[in-house]
Design a protein around this ligand. Structure first.
Ligand code: ARG
Length: 500
């Protein structure tokens, strides 16, 4: 027999599949993109069965060459499309490549079937030995782990670029000051760099979460068989090492039906998406005429087809919108696995697309976010002005009184009364005269005015993690140092420590 049967499992069947059902249940239309992973995993499996005596050394060589020829076909497809495209990097839609591949093999049920069919064309009946001692259940579990691992690595690289952009921006604004908000009401003045470093802290946590998940998922399911383990005494360490996994998984039932790695991955991305979306939302808000804190970079904004004056924050809006897909993927994965009996169930096939979508979504976002961040032009004067009205120095004023020995609760009340008085006059606290102030407390003195200056209202937050100028400078160089350490060893989860 030189051709594989039309199906990988047709022996016990006498009736052909319903045509519509057959098309509907195929996963090749989307799992074609696991081709590189499937080739790598199949090559690793070939080495394992050769070591177990199923393939001779020359047969193994033929098999490995055949597999890489099948992999090279996909490259050819992508090349064929990218040469006709003006900008290969992002505009070569992976969907286009997939559509071409899928159209080329309408009979392939899934990526595993596709490779078997193609391999048979390349090397003949020897190809049919490849499936000895393995199951698609362990294959898909392996391919997906490899895919997720790769996506984590590229996400981490993208995050490092975004962190670098945030740090440069934070450096470039020096000691500029802006209002901070709670309840979206003006709260206290902070350094602009302090605000930007808040996002660096979030992203560092996201990064370390992703790498933590990576470490946990980096085990190789190959050799787990369909459910109970391979029916050959395979040396599973061979495949694990070949694919860069730390070790083989330890339980075949778990390994073939576990999708924790996909759940963790999408949840990490979902949390990352929350942070990115909050950043996007703040920039949208700050770019409004009402705030006026920044000029949207023209090359990342769009106009309105109707209103000639408009410059719209489409990039940040789209980012905010796309982050919803990340949370959606996490929710789909969780719901999918909940209630599945052990071990493999076909439901698990539905877990692929949300993972692909989440990986594509984050890669798209991170392809624009760092350069957009670098292009941001903050209106520092406008921010500074905003930080000087709305009584953002009231906390500093109350603190002044506590230094005079007044209990804070009392000081709060006194400053509250002073604020009310100033509100009625329509002025800020520093415009009140000393006699005005002294009607609320005899403790007010000339040294009150320097104590509530913008600078003082920033610098009185002289604690670790606070916005005092020298604290922020320290935080910025500590963040720079952490980034440098990560650049030297990209897989260090290195996040901030309590010592900044
Ligand atoms: N396409 C399948 C999936 O994604 C591969 C595993 C099929 N296994 C099976 N027993 N039908 O889950």
């Amino acid at each position: 027999m030189s051709n594989p049967p039309a199906k990988m499992w047709s022996g016990r069947f006498r009736e052909p599949l319903d045509r519509t059902f057959e098309q509907w249940q195929r996963s090749f239309p989307f799992d074609w993109r696991l081709l590189p992973q499937e080739i790598a995993a199949s090559s690793a499996h070939a080495r394992m069965i050769a070591a177990a005596g199923i393939l001779t050394t020359p047969e193994l060589e033929i098999m490995l060459r055949g597999l890489s020829a099948v992999g090279a076909q996909a490259e050819a497809w992508s090349h064929r499309i990218s040469v006709s495209s003006p900008e290969p990097e992002y505009s070569v839609s992976t969907q286009q490549i997939g559509a071409a591949l899928v159209a080329s093999a309408p009979q392939a049920e899934d990526i595993h079937h596709f490779v078997e069919l193609q391999l048979t064309q390349q090397i003949g009946p020897l190809a049919l030995k490849l499936h000895t001692g393995r199951s698609r259940n362990e294959q898909i579990a392996t391919d997906m782990r490899l895919f997720v691992r790769q996506s984590i690595d590229s996400t981490v690289r993208g995050l490092d670029q975004w962190i670098a952009a945030l740090l440069s921006l934070a450096e470039s604004v020096g000691t500029a000051v802006m209002p901070s908000y709670t309840h979206l009401q003006r709260a206290e003045p902070v350094l602009v760099a302090h605000w930007l470093l808040a996002y660096v802290s979030m992203v560092e946590r996201d990064r370390s979460r992703l790498l933590d998940a990576r470490r946990r998922m980096n085990l190789c399911p190959l050799g787990s068989g369909a459910v109970a383990g391979a029916t050959l005494a395979l040396d599973r360490a061979i495949a694990a090492a070949e694919l860069g996994f730390d070790a083989p998984t330890t339980n075949s039932m778990d390994a073939t039906s576990d999708r924790d790695f996909a759940i963790e991955f999408t949840h990490c991305l979902s949390t990352l998406g929350l942070h990115i979306s909050r950043f996007a939302e703040e920039l949208i808000l700050y770019s409004t005429t009402e705030f006026g804190f920044l000029d949207l970079p023209e090359r990342f904004s769009t106009g309105s087809s109707a209103m000639p004056q408009k410059k719209n924050p489409d990039l940040t809006e789209l980012i905010r919108g796309k982050c919803a897909r990340l949370s959606g993927a996490a929710a789909t994965l969780t719901t999918l696995v909940k209630g599945l009996p052990l071990a493999y169930n076909k439901d698990l096939q539905e877990g692929q697309e949300p993972v692909f979508d989440a990986a594509d979504t984050i890669s798209g976002i991170l392809s624009v976010l760092p350069s957009f961040t670098s292009a941001l032009r903050l209106r520092l004067e406008k921010m500074n002005l905003a930080a000087q009205s709305g009584y953002l120095n009231a906390m500093a004023a109350a603190t002044y009184l506590t230094h005079k020995g007044i209990p804070f609760r009392k000081a709060h009340e006194i400053i509250g009364n002073a604020v009310r008085f100033a509100l009625e006059l329509g002025v800020e606290l520093n415009a009140l005269s000393l006699p005005d102030l002294q009607q609320f407390s005899p403790q007010f003195d000339e040294d009150f005015f320097p104590a509530i200056s913008l600078q003082a209202a920033v610098d009185c937050h002289d604690v670790l993690g606070g916005t005092a100028t020298h604290r922020v400078q320290q935080a910025l160089s500590a963040a720079r140092e952490r980034a440098a350490i990560r650049a030297r060893a990209p897989h260090t989860p290195s996040a901030e420590t309590a010592h900044g």
